[in-house]
Design a protein around this ligand. Sequence first.
Ligand SMILES: [Zn+2]
Length: 454
Amino acid sequence: MTCQRVRDIRESEEPETIEIRVIKKWIQKSKNEELCYQFVDAYGDCIEATANVKQIEHFDSIIQLMSCYKVSGCIATSCRTYMATVDHVASLVIGKKARFDPAPDLSIPDVYFNFATYDALKNRVKNARLLTDYIGRVETNSLRTTRSEKTLRKILIRDEMKNDLEITLWPDKRHLIGDEVIPGDIVAITSMMVTEYNGRLQLESTYLSSAFVNPDMPQTINHINRLKEVPPREQTGRDEQIATLQDIKLTSQQNLQNPKNFICKATIKHVHEDRTWYYVLCSKCRQKLYPQQKNNILNFVCKDDDDIVPNFRYCVNATIEDPTGSTDTVFFNESMEAIVNISCEDMVNKHADTTRPKLVPHLIRSIAGTTKLLNLTLKIDKQVVVNSVNNIASTTDTQSTNTAPGTSVFTPATPVPKSTISKRTVTETPGREGEKDENDINDEKHHCYGSYKM
Ligand SMILES: [Zn+2]
């Protein structure tokens, strides 16, 4: 008797006997907990099977993970509609009538991937119906600490079509990829959630995610061969990707549906001294804290919580320029910290004028003249924000340790271009300071805590 292929199983049609390997087992953490399995057949196709979690002892006694079985007596139903790991129209329901007869360990694969294309990701943003498998080559790999002191891993990968995609491994999954994974390694990652941050697609881990580093498997060999041919980011010629402030200005005149990201080589022309340059968040509720003076001591208090730790975050307004123009922008925490090399908290405590908290400290004002590669986002409301900064390659961005007053602490990496620059800024958002802060807080909240509680 030949067995049915799992890909031919259809909802409401009685499934025939299938011969499969059980490659994954988990308990779905949804409202109604379900015991779930992935079954793969000799063709490499996969189907999910679900069972009543209360019968787990029964199934544990007849189903061994990674073993092969001839399976009969199942029911075929529609695929699951929440966090499905397999893109199949049907799934199986297994109950007490299901039979699992041990089968010889034939050439049935022990892993299943359904790699998505970059284009397919756009339809999966924040859509938990189907989880995403992806394969790419590592460009960067680093750990980050969130404001709530959690450590997560960020990996930038490049796919076969030269799309760059950021992967966030939340603290419970950050071990999936270790520090030993370096640029050039291939990573296949499964059961990820697609999210969007600042107009950029990214993948975030779920509790079902797993990762394979340099997977040497028939399912990945073609991908790996193609990925080996993809030029690394550096060799693509970074100059081609570098936009000018003029490009941003032109883009801002269009009707934007989504935020757009740019890399610009720009010089900080001046820091706006009359604008709020930091905000403070509550360590308990992450809401904004309010400054309160008492006995000449500045405290930050939460309207809801006591015994909190203030969390200081930069939001420095500045004008940047390049030879094609200039624009107002906001440097948020990571980007400002990368330039001044001082945490916002230290800056407030050691360098700010406590009697005039709005006055931007000299150390920040003196970054004027610094030239950096800036990762900028043009938001839908035409506001330009700096997400991160990089040093200009091939020049040493030396920072003087001499902080004599009146001199810049920071040596510009490249000569400051002369101002042949139009006076009009790309975006003008007068009086929107408070709103900017809130936007950023929300953005960062999304970024840091997005779907952590999955
Ligand atoms: Zn609070």
